[in-house]
Design a protein around this ligand. Structure first.
Ligand SMILES: [Mn+2]
Length: 323
Protein backbone atom coordinates (compact mmCIF):
# COMPACT_ATOMS: atom_id res chain seq x y z
CA UNK A 1 0.00 0.00 0.00
CA UNK A 2 1.26 3.44 -0.89
CA UNK A 3 2.41 5.27 2.19
CA UNK A 4 0.93 8.72 2.65
CA UNK A 5 3.59 11.31 3.43
CA UNK A 6 2.72 13.74 6.19
CA UNK A 7 4.34 17.11 5.49
CA UNK A 8 4.68 20.25 7.61
CA UNK A 9 1.67 22.15 8.94
CA UNK A 10 0.32 24.27 6.07
CA UNK A 11 1.22 27.93 6.62
CA UNK A 12 -2.09 28.93 5.00
CA UNK A 13 -3.95 27.06 7.76
CA UNK A 14 -1.74 28.00 10.73
CA UNK A 15 0.57 31.04 10.54
CA UNK A 16 4.27 30.23 10.68
CA UNK A 17 4.72 31.95 14.04
CA UNK A 18 2.03 29.73 15.56
CA UNK A 19 1.68 25.98 15.77
CA UNK A 20 4.12 23.23 16.69
CA UNK A 21 7.74 23.95 17.62
CA UNK A 22 9.02 20.92 15.68
CA UNK A 23 11.73 21.35 13.00
CA UNK A 24 10.08 23.04 9.99
CA UNK A 25 6.73 22.31 11.69
CA UNK A 26 7.07 18.70 10.59
CA UNK A 27 5.10 15.89 12.27
CA UNK A 28 6.40 14.18 15.37
CA UNK A 29 7.52 10.60 15.26
CA UNK A 30 4.27 9.54 16.97
CA UNK A 31 2.29 11.02 14.08
CA UNK A 32 4.42 9.30 11.40
CA UNK A 33 6.04 6.19 12.87
CA UNK A 34 7.33 5.01 9.46
CA UNK A 35 9.95 7.58 8.50
CA UNK A 36 12.85 7.97 6.07
CA UNK A 37 14.58 10.78 7.96
CA UNK A 38 14.54 11.61 11.67
CA UNK A 39 15.50 15.08 12.85
CA UNK A 40 16.65 14.68 16.44
CA UNK A 41 18.04 17.12 18.99
CA UNK A 42 20.92 16.35 21.34
CA UNK A 43 20.93 19.23 23.84
CA UNK A 44 24.31 18.45 25.39
CA UNK A 45 27.15 20.98 25.89
CA UNK A 46 29.18 19.61 28.80
CA UNK A 47 32.15 19.03 26.48
CA UNK A 48 32.69 22.72 25.67
CA UNK A 49 36.05 24.35 26.37
CA UNK A 50 35.14 28.05 26.01
CA UNK A 51 31.63 29.51 25.77
CA UNK A 52 28.95 27.06 26.90
CA UNK A 53 25.35 27.20 25.69
CA UNK A 54 24.93 24.78 22.78
CA UNK A 55 22.51 22.78 24.92
CA UNK A 56 19.97 25.35 23.74
CA UNK A 57 20.92 24.76 20.08
CA UNK A 58 18.15 22.31 19.12
CA UNK A 59 15.39 24.62 20.38
CA UNK A 60 16.98 27.64 18.62
CA UNK A 61 17.38 25.78 15.31
CA UNK A 62 13.77 24.60 15.47
CA UNK A 63 12.64 28.20 16.10
CA UNK A 64 14.79 29.36 13.17
CA UNK A 65 13.21 26.72 10.89
CA UNK A 66 9.67 28.14 10.90
CA UNK A 67 10.18 29.85 7.52
CA UNK A 68 11.35 26.74 5.65
CA UNK A 69 9.06 26.12 2.69
CA UNK A 70 8.14 22.92 0.81
CA UNK A 71 9.89 23.36 -2.58
CA UNK A 72 13.61 23.89 -3.25
CA UNK A 73 14.30 25.49 -6.65
CA UNK A 74 18.07 24.93 -6.32
CA UNK A 75 17.65 21.14 -6.52
CA UNK A 76 14.11 20.84 -7.90
CA UNK A 77 13.20 18.73 -4.88
CA UNK A 78 10.47 18.76 -2.24
CA UNK A 79 12.36 17.42 0.75
CA UNK A 80 9.27 17.16 2.98
CA UNK A 81 7.18 15.33 0.34
CA UNK A 82 9.76 13.15 -1.46
CA UNK A 83 10.41 11.35 1.83
CA UNK A 84 8.82 11.10 5.27
CA UNK A 85 10.70 13.41 7.60
CA UNK A 86 9.78 13.47 11.30
CA UNK A 87 10.95 15.40 14.32
CA UNK A 88 11.94 12.70 16.78
CA UNK A 89 12.33 15.14 19.68
CA UNK A 90 15.44 15.32 21.85
CA UNK A 91 17.69 12.67 23.34
CA UNK A 92 17.57 13.67 27.00
CA UNK A 93 21.05 12.92 28.34
CA UNK A 94 22.92 13.77 31.52
CA UNK A 95 24.54 17.23 31.68
CA UNK A 96 26.77 16.07 34.58
CA UNK A 97 28.52 12.93 33.31
CA UNK A 98 30.05 13.04 29.82
CA UNK A 99 30.67 9.28 29.68
CA UNK A 100 27.12 8.50 30.68
CA UNK A 101 25.77 11.00 28.15
CA UNK A 102 27.85 9.59 25.27
CA UNK A 103 26.78 6.10 26.31
CA UNK A 104 23.13 7.15 25.95
CA UNK A 105 23.50 9.07 22.67
CA UNK A 106 24.94 6.09 20.80
CA UNK A 107 21.91 3.76 21.22
CA UNK A 108 19.57 6.72 20.79
CA UNK A 109 20.97 7.35 17.29
CA UNK A 110 21.41 3.64 16.51
CA UNK A 111 17.73 3.01 17.11
CA UNK A 112 16.74 5.79 14.68
CA UNK A 113 18.94 4.54 11.83
CA UNK A 114 18.49 0.79 12.44
CA UNK A 115 16.07 0.27 9.53
CA UNK A 116 18.00 2.37 7.01
CA UNK A 117 16.53 5.75 7.90
CA UNK A 118 18.79 8.78 7.90
CA UNK A 119 19.38 11.06 10.86
CA UNK A 120 19.78 14.83 10.92
CA UNK A 121 21.13 15.56 14.38
CA UNK A 122 20.86 19.03 15.94
CA UNK A 123 23.49 19.64 18.64
CA UNK A 124 24.67 20.18 21.14
CA UNK A 125 28.43 20.59 21.17
CA UNK A 126 30.81 18.64 18.94
CA UNK A 127 31.44 15.91 21.53
CA UNK A 128 28.23 14.27 20.30
CA UNK A 129 29.70 13.39 16.90
CA UNK A 130 31.66 10.52 18.45
CA UNK A 131 28.61 8.49 19.59
CA UNK A 132 26.85 9.42 16.32
CA UNK A 133 29.76 7.93 14.34
CA UNK A 134 29.77 4.87 16.61
CA UNK A 135 26.08 4.28 15.88
CA UNK A 136 26.60 4.77 12.12
CA UNK A 137 29.55 2.36 12.18
CA UNK A 138 27.35 -0.31 13.77
CA UNK A 139 24.90 0.05 10.90
CA UNK A 140 27.14 0.77 7.91
CA UNK A 141 30.74 -0.25 8.74
CA UNK A 142 33.67 2.14 8.30
CA UNK A 143 32.33 5.67 7.83
CA UNK A 144 33.74 8.39 5.60
CA UNK A 145 33.57 11.85 7.10
CA UNK A 146 33.36 15.38 5.78
CA UNK A 147 33.90 17.58 8.80
CA UNK A 148 33.13 21.28 8.30
CA UNK A 149 34.75 23.32 11.07
CA UNK A 150 37.17 26.14 11.84
CA UNK A 151 39.04 23.65 14.07
CA UNK A 152 40.52 20.19 13.59
CA UNK A 153 38.79 18.57 16.61
CA UNK A 154 41.47 15.86 16.58
CA UNK A 155 43.18 17.00 19.76
CA UNK A 156 44.07 14.36 22.34
CA UNK A 157 42.95 15.65 25.74
CA UNK A 158 41.99 18.91 27.43
CA UNK A 159 42.78 19.27 31.15
CA UNK A 160 43.37 15.54 30.96
CA UNK A 161 39.84 14.83 29.69
CA UNK A 162 39.66 12.57 26.61
CA UNK A 163 36.03 13.27 25.67
CA UNK A 164 35.49 16.95 24.80
CA UNK A 165 34.23 18.93 21.82
CA UNK A 166 37.85 19.26 20.63
CA UNK A 167 38.59 15.51 20.51
CA UNK A 168 35.77 13.49 18.88
CA UNK A 169 37.55 12.68 15.63
CA UNK A 170 40.79 11.49 17.26
CA UNK A 171 38.71 9.14 19.42
CA UNK A 172 36.82 7.96 16.33
CA UNK A 173 40.11 7.33 14.53
CA UNK A 174 41.48 5.38 17.52
CA UNK A 175 38.32 3.26 17.65
CA UNK A 176 38.73 2.38 13.97
CA UNK A 177 35.25 3.52 13.00
CA UNK A 178 36.38 6.04 10.37
CA UNK A 179 37.51 5.13 6.88
CA UNK A 180 40.89 6.92 6.80
CA UNK A 181 40.76 7.00 2.98
CA UNK A 182 37.67 9.21 3.20
CA UNK A 183 38.25 11.72 5.98
CA UNK A 184 38.25 15.45 5.26
CA UNK A 185 38.18 18.70 7.21
CA UNK A 186 36.78 21.73 5.39
CA UNK A 187 37.05 25.35 6.58
CA UNK A 188 40.10 25.05 8.85
CA UNK A 189 41.75 28.39 9.68
CA UNK A 190 43.67 30.60 12.09
CA UNK A 191 45.84 29.88 15.11
CA UNK A 192 46.45 26.43 16.60
CA UNK A 193 48.46 25.18 19.58
CA UNK A 194 51.39 23.84 17.57
CA UNK A 195 52.46 22.46 14.21
CA UNK A 196 52.32 19.01 15.83
CA UNK A 197 48.52 19.23 15.72
CA UNK A 198 48.68 19.27 11.92
CA UNK A 199 51.24 16.45 11.82
CA UNK A 200 49.10 14.23 14.10
CA UNK A 201 46.02 15.01 12.06
CA UNK A 202 47.72 14.07 8.80
CA UNK A 203 49.05 10.85 10.34
CA UNK A 204 45.46 9.87 11.12
CA UNK A 205 44.72 10.24 7.42
CA UNK A 206 42.73 13.47 7.41
CA UNK A 207 42.98 15.76 4.42
CA UNK A 208 42.39 19.48 4.89
CA UNK A 209 40.58 22.01 2.72
CA UNK A 210 41.24 25.33 4.43
CA UNK A 211 38.92 28.31 4.51
CA UNK A 212 41.38 30.06 2.16
CA UNK A 213 41.25 27.05 -0.20
CA UNK A 214 37.48 27.43 -0.44
CA UNK A 215 37.93 31.11 -1.33
CA UNK A 216 40.66 30.46 -3.88
CA UNK A 217 39.27 27.30 -5.52
CA UNK A 218 35.54 27.94 -5.24
CA UNK A 219 32.74 25.84 -3.82
CA UNK A 220 32.13 23.81 -6.99
CA UNK A 221 35.76 22.76 -7.25
CA UNK A 222 35.88 21.74 -3.57
CA UNK A 223 32.65 19.75 -3.90
CA UNK A 224 33.99 17.98 -7.00
CA UNK A 225 37.16 16.97 -5.16
CA UNK A 226 35.18 15.61 -2.20
CA UNK A 227 32.71 13.79 -4.46
CA UNK A 228 35.47 12.11 -6.41
CA UNK A 229 37.09 10.82 -3.21
CA UNK A 230 33.88 9.71 -1.49
CA UNK A 231 31.70 8.21 -4.22
CA UNK A 232 30.27 4.82 -3.24
CA UNK A 233 31.19 5.13 0.45
CA UNK A 234 28.81 5.72 3.39
CA UNK A 235 29.44 9.34 4.37
CA UNK A 236 28.64 11.33 7.49
CA UNK A 237 28.58 15.13 7.23
CA UNK A 238 29.44 16.87 10.49
CA UNK A 239 28.95 20.63 10.42
CA UNK A 240 30.26 22.77 13.25
CA UNK A 241 28.44 26.05 12.67
CA UNK A 242 31.74 27.86 13.42
CA UNK A 243 32.88 26.83 9.95
CA UNK A 244 30.92 29.95 8.99
CA UNK A 245 32.45 33.36 9.52
CA UNK A 246 31.15 34.98 12.73
CA UNK A 247 29.41 37.51 10.45
CA UNK A 248 27.24 34.59 9.30
CA UNK A 249 27.12 32.69 12.61
CA UNK A 250 27.96 34.74 15.70
CA UNK A 251 26.06 32.43 18.06
CA UNK A 252 28.66 29.79 18.70
CA UNK A 253 31.16 28.71 21.33
CA UNK A 254 34.59 29.24 19.72
CA UNK A 255 34.20 31.78 16.89
CA UNK A 256 37.03 32.35 14.38
CA UNK A 257 37.17 35.24 11.91
CA UNK A 258 37.90 34.52 8.26
CA UNK A 259 35.36 31.76 7.70
CA UNK A 260 33.02 30.60 4.96
CA UNK A 261 29.89 32.44 3.95
CA UNK A 262 26.63 30.55 4.32
CA UNK A 263 26.35 30.67 0.51
CA UNK A 264 29.73 28.93 0.12
CA UNK A 265 28.78 26.26 2.64
CA UNK A 266 25.41 25.55 1.02
CA UNK A 267 27.04 25.42 -2.45
CA UNK A 268 29.64 22.89 -1.33
CA UNK A 269 27.02 20.69 0.33
CA UNK A 270 24.63 20.85 -2.65
CA UNK A 271 27.60 19.79 -4.78
CA UNK A 272 27.80 16.51 -2.81
CA UNK A 273 24.50 15.32 -4.32
CA UNK A 274 24.91 11.74 -5.49
CA UNK A 275 27.01 10.61 -2.54
CA UNK A 276 25.54 8.11 -0.05
CA UNK A 277 25.21 10.51 2.87
CA UNK A 278 23.87 8.33 5.68
CA UNK A 279 23.55 11.06 8.33
CA UNK A 280 24.52 14.61 9.24
CA UNK A 281 24.91 16.71 12.33
CA UNK A 282 24.76 20.48 12.88
CA UNK A 283 26.53 21.36 16.12
CA UNK A 284 27.76 24.27 18.25
CA UNK A 285 24.80 26.61 17.78
CA UNK A 286 24.78 28.59 21.05
CA UNK A 287 21.86 31.01 20.92
CA UNK A 288 22.89 33.13 23.93
CA UNK A 289 25.58 34.73 21.70
CA UNK A 290 23.32 35.02 18.64
CA UNK A 291 21.79 38.19 17.23
CA UNK A 292 18.44 38.40 15.43
CA UNK A 293 18.54 34.58 14.97
CA UNK A 294 21.36 34.94 12.39
CA UNK A 295 22.99 31.68 13.47
CA UNK A 296 19.78 29.77 14.09
CA UNK A 297 18.44 30.71 10.65
CA UNK A 298 21.72 29.70 8.99
CA UNK A 299 21.59 26.36 10.83
CA UNK A 300 17.94 25.79 9.93
CA UNK A 301 18.58 26.51 6.24
CA UNK A 302 21.61 24.24 6.37
CA UNK A 303 19.32 21.52 7.72
CA UNK A 304 17.03 22.10 4.74
CA UNK A 305 19.93 21.77 2.27
CA UNK A 306 20.89 18.49 3.95
CA UNK A 307 17.31 17.21 3.68
CA UNK A 308 17.35 17.94 -0.07
CA UNK A 309 20.44 15.72 -0.34
CA UNK A 310 18.68 12.96 1.55
CA UNK A 311 15.64 13.20 -0.70
CA UNK A 312 17.85 12.47 -3.72
CA UNK A 313 18.87 9.12 -2.23
CA UNK A 314 17.21 5.82 -1.35
CA UNK A 315 17.52 4.09 1.99
CA UNK A 316 20.83 4.80 3.72
CA UNK A 317 23.57 2.37 2.77
CA UNK A 318 21.99 1.49 -0.60
CA UNK A 319 24.78 3.36 -2.36
CA UNK A 320 24.51 6.52 -4.42
CA UNK A 321 21.61 7.25 -6.75
CA UNK A 322 21.81 9.48 -9.79
CA UNK A 323 23.00 13.03 -9.54
MN1 LIG B 1 34.01 21.51 16.23
Amino acid sequence: MERKIIGPVDALDVPRFAGPATFARLPTRDAAPEFDVAVVGVPFDSGTTYRPGARFGPAAIRAGSRLLRPFDPATGSSPFLDQQVVDAGDLAVSPFDIGEALGAIRPGIAELVADGARALVLGGDHTISLPILQALHERHGAISLVHFDAHLDTWDTYFGAPYTHGTPFRRAFEEGILDPAGAFHVGIRNSIFSADDLRDDAEMGFRIVTSDDVGAQGAASVAARLSEALVGRPVHLSVDIDVLDPAHAPGTGTPEAGGLTSRELFSIIRGLRGLDIVAADIVEVAPAYDHAEITAIAAANLGYVLLTLFSAAGRAGDGPRGT
